[in-house]
Design a protein around this ligand. Structure first.
Ligand SMILES: *Cc1c(COP(=O)(O)O)cnc(C)c1O
Length: 334
């Protein structure tokens, strides 16, 4: 039972079979029919013109930012944004693109007054503000559709492009009970991780206009992301976007149950109200020695990342019984 992340999922038996039987070719020549099919399918599902299969979500974000911004340009993002905090500064290092982070509101949105104040005037002192990058879900929270609509109006008014780090955008769509294109429609570009709750072993997608994806394809080659018989991976990716989406509802229900259970434990502060998808955060009282508890859990084959707040992530390899077992083992060690 591994609660560290939804990246730990094993591929499904159907994925392994599809991978074994995938028709493949050299994707750098554009010859892999399975990759081409995944890209076309993803584009049509999300309402974009084109898609690009990438090695990881980090690579998809990097190519996404670099395809919008030149050297000396800047993107606005959240202080908590994955593509600011957790991607080794790639946009700055490899793209010479300056991030301009803004403190996220508690619900994950970014305040428009602060965004507006951060946009630089056209003056040789400043970087050129080109792009607003949002994340959905962000720390498991879903950005409201009304906020996305306002963000689009904001970026239109200020002549900015808008990118979505949609690593878990399917979790957002399932939580809102809307097709993913209802979220995607507001953005110029979007990423999707196939290898998180959707259970593919490897791979992400970048989506956008044809012209934008052509640019990203060149950049993907530049950073060493051109893959050959990648249809082996894309075959699993296609099943991620078809057969695995409905699993996310179960993951969300399990996370909710976990949040309600954790809230009854002494020293655990959880607001189940905030648990909208598959990620649960619990604040711990000083008396809770989580490092020791994590070691004890490990002896019972339960893996968690110790921290305060502590994060638990549900996914297809966590069943409802596992939630109950985690709660009872945790309770016994408190
Ligand atoms: C995981 C994640 C990424 C990066 O994906 P990798 O495949 O791990 O590189 C990007 N953005 C968000 C919000 C993520 O959760």
């Amino acid at each position: 039972m591994d609660f560290r992340s939804d990246t730990v999922t094993q591929p499904t038996p159907a994925m392994r079979e599809a991978m074994a039987n995938a028709v493949v070719g050299d994707d750098v020549y554009g010859d892999d029919p399975t990759v081409n099919e995944l890209e076309a399918f993803a584009a049509s599902e999300t309402g974009f013109e084109a898609a690009l299969f990438t090695t990881s979500g980090t690579q998809a974000n990097l190519l996404g930012l670099m395809s919008h911004c030149e050297r000396g340009d800047e993107y606005l993002c959240g202080q908590q944004a994955h593509n600011y905090r957790y991607e080794a500064g790639g946009a700055a290092v490899l793209g010479s693109i300056q991030p301009q982070p803004i403190e996220n509101n508690p619900d994950g949105t970014l305040p428009f007054d602060k965004l507006a104040a951060a946009i630089k005037p056209d003056d040789s002192h400043f970087a050129r503000t080109k792009l607003l990058s949002l994340e959905n879900t962000i720390n498991g929270k879903v950005l409201p559709l009304s906020y996305l609509q306002q963000a689009r109006a904001f970026t239109n008014k200020h002549g900015l492009k808008m990118h979505l780090d949609g690593a878990r955008v399917y979790n957002a769509a399932v939580a809102l009970d809307v097709p993913v294109r209802e979220i995607a429609q507001y953005f110029d570009s979007m990423t999707i991780c196939l290898s998180k709750g959707l259970a593919a072993p490897v791979g992400s997608l970048l989506l956008g206009s044809k012209e934008y994806i052509t640019k990203a394809r060149r950049l993907r080659k530049m950073v060493g992301g051109g893959m050959r018989q990648a249809g082996i991976l894309a075959a699993a990716g296609k099943l991620a976007l078809t057969e695995q989406v409905s699993q996310l509802k179960t993951d969300h229900d399990n996370a909710k149950a976990l949040a309600h259970g954790l809230a009854t434990l002494p020293g655990f502060d959880v607001n189940p109200q905030w648990v909208q998808t598959n990620i649960v955060f619990a604040k711990l009282d000083d008396g809770v020695d989580i490092a020791t508890i994590a070691q004890k859990l490990k002896q019972e084959q339960i893996i968690v990342s110790p921290g305060n707040p502590i994060r638990f992530v549900t996914h297809k390899d966590i069943r409802r019984e596992d939630i109950d077992r985690l709660l009872s083992v945790l309770r016994s060690h408190l």
